[in-house]
Each structure stands twice: as C-alpha cells, then as structure tokens.
Design a protein around this ligand. Structure first.
Ligand code: MRU
Length: 351
C-alpha cells in the first residue's frame, strides 16, 4: 500500500505511525502513537486491527513501553514484564498479539548480557524483523492461495484480511492480489461485516484501490449469491487457529462456512503459521471477545435500535475444522485440517 498500515518512525526514542482504520474510507489519517496507554486503547478501538497487524503493533508497543526507561538491566527486565502484561490485555482473541509479546520477551531472555541501551535497540530490531517477515509471509500466502482460485471465478470474503490487517498485502486478500498478478480474471464479493463494517469500509476500499473487481453485499446476501452460482470459493483470514483446525475469525465467518458447505463451495482459511495456537486444543477453548452492545444498536453514528434494548455482540465466532476445505499457510496448504496435519506443517514437515 502507498501508506503503510504501521511503521516505526525515528530511532530510539521513536513513535509508531499507524493508519487510523476507524476513519477509513472517508479519511486516510496516520496517527503517531508514543505510549502504551494510547496504543492499547488504539488496539481496543480498532484503529489498528486484524490479527497480524495487532501482533506487530504489540511488538512495537513493547519498544514504546521501555524506550524511555532508565535503570540497570534487572530493573529493565521488570519494566519489560509490566509492559508485556499491560499490552496483553488489549484484546483476547487474536493469538498474534500474545505471539508478538512472547517474541519480544524471548529476545530479552536470550540476550541477558546486553545493558539497558543495547537491549532497547535489540528489541526495536526484533520488532522491525517481525514486520519484514510478515510482509514476506503475506506475499507467500498470496502466491500459494491463488493456486486454489481458478481463472474467471468469483470469490467471497468476510471482514478485512488485507494489507490493513497485516504489515502489507494481507492474508485472504493477498490471494486476490496474487491471482490478479497471475493474470486471472476474478470478481470478489465482500460481505459488509456488521457491526463495524470492516468489509464495506476496508476490504472494498483496498480491493478497489488495487483495481480488483469487487462487489459489496450485505452479510445476509451471502447464501443467495452462492445459490446463484456466483461464488467458486470463499477465502477468509483467522484470528486464532486451534490445534485441531477450529478457527476463530470475525463474527459471521461461521455462518458463511455453513452456507459454503450447503452449496458445495470450498472454504479456505488463509493465515500465517503464527496464527496457529497449538496450545489451544479446539475452538471451544478460544477466548471470544465480547464488545459493547452500542456497536449493534448503532450503525456508525446513527442509532438504529431502542437505546435500552439488550444487545449481544461477540466480535468473533469459531468455524469448526470440518467446515474448512483447507488452511493456507506460508509453510504449505493443509487440506481437510486435522491436529496431525496441522502439527506436521507447523513443524515444517507438511507437503
Ligand atoms: O475485529 P477485527 O477487525 O480485528 O477482526 C479482524 C478479523 O477477523 C480478520 O479476519 C482476521 O484478523 C484476519 S486478518 C489477516
């Protein structure tokens, strides 16, 4: 993308520049984040969102939290733990948040001899490395995933798993970008993705900018467009893939998977290996974020329901592995995912 989703500006001290995704597509505004209170709030209010982007924001967040610290290495390590614990409370579902924080903790643990200025620099280098890796992985996901998308086909996606949800390129949307680069003619149907409209506001915006034929539909039109034969495959991202393949993604994904199964449409999850959580055995163990009922009672700034009506607003749901045709990772495509097949790919022994 012309403007990066997030990037570190300056050295040490520096700041994290991020697109404020709540303002898209109306305004493209880059906010400068200087402290962890603001960053945690920005993650919670979805200024930065999407599992890989949240993980990267967390890595840079650790740097924000320790960069001004003065003291010996022992005291530094205590501060680091406080910062990590604080950021870990940003959002519960995307495992990439915890993976990013763990990566930063491991970096500090593996370099006990560095003094405070040196370990700060090492942590910034690690966050930058994580960002570069994410860019490469997203490109690989696209190239692998596009082999599953025939020429002259229609695809459906839900929420936003694009450049905005990662450092660049995206996961599910990277498949569409790669298909276009390969010269395929594709048309993408984007679910609007109530309540916060990531599909309408972000996916439609990204795909249009890239010159990809995109058609926006209401979430409840997905079954109809499948029945009409417009959809050859569904591609979605993931916030957490349990060891058995059950996958948490934006609320509504599960319904799309059921519809896909009913219409014999292949359903693909596209995600980096870092989104697989081998410590979570199945979908029932994935923590699901519940957000304010006001997001349901309102449509943007407009109230669309009695202000005192009860509303239930789970931000994610779980698609059972049996509804997933394949999981596309940078280490290979896992067809009909099972614990054994997933473990083999995570260990680097898949096909
Ligand atoms: O609440 P959000 O906008 O952070 O939810 C994002 C999603 O559900 C994405 O599909 C998922 O994180 C994959 S992003 C590559």
């Amino acid at each position: 993308m012309a403007v990066p989703t997030l990037e570190w500006k300056g050295g040490l001290p520096g700041e994290l520049a991020m697109i404020d995704q709540t303002l898209l597509p109306g305004s493209l505004v880059v906010i400068k984040v200087k402290d962890i209170d603001s960053l945690r709030n920005d993650i919670r209010r979805l200024a930065v969102r999407g599992a890989p982007a949240i993980g990267l924001a967390a890595c840079f967040g650790v740097v924000l939290g320790v960069q001004e610290f003065i003291g010996d290495r022992q005291a530094f390590d205590r501060r680091l733990s406080e910062v990590i614990d604080f950021l870990a409370q940003a959002r519960p579902t995307a495992v990439n948040l915890f993976g990013g924080l763990e990566r930063m903790r491991r970096t500090a643990d593996e370099n006990p001899d560095l003094d405070t200025p040196a370990i700060k620099q090492r942590l910034l280098d690690e966050a930058q490395a994580a960002l570069r890796e994410d860019q490469e992985i997203c490109l690989e996901l696209g190239e692998l995933g596009q082999t599953l998308l025939p020429d002259n086909s229609g695809a459906l996606t839900h929420c936003n798993a694009g450049a905005l949800a990662t450092s660049d390129h995206g996961t599910a949307l990277s498949v569409f970008f790669a298909a276009a680069r390969a010269g395929k003619t594709i048309t993408v149907y984007a679910d609007e993705t109530r309540p916060l409209l990531q599909g309408a506001r972000l996916t439609a915006w990204e795909l249009k900018q890239a010159g990809i034929d995109v058609t926006l539909i209401c979430d409840n039109a997905a079954g109809h467009v499948m029945k009409e034969g417009r959809i050859d495959a569904v591609f979605v991202g993931a916030d957490r893939i349990a060891a058995n393949g059950d996958t948490a993604n934006k609320i509504g994904t599960y319904s799309v998977s059921v519809l896909a199964k009913a219409h014999c449409v292949p359903f693909y999850v596209v995600a980096p290996v870092s989104t697989i959580d081998m410590d979570t055995p199945d979908g029932a163990s994935i923590p699901i974020e519940e957000r304010s009922g006001d997001e349901v009672r309102r449509f943007g700034d407009t109230s669309v329901a009695p202000s005192d009506v009860k509303a239930y607003n789970p931000a994610f749901d779980v698609t059972p592995a049996e509804n997933i045709t394949a999981i596309v990772t940078e280490k290979g495509i896992i067809r009909e995912p099972t614990t054994e097949r997933i473990a083999a790919v995570v260990a680097g022994q898949g096909d």
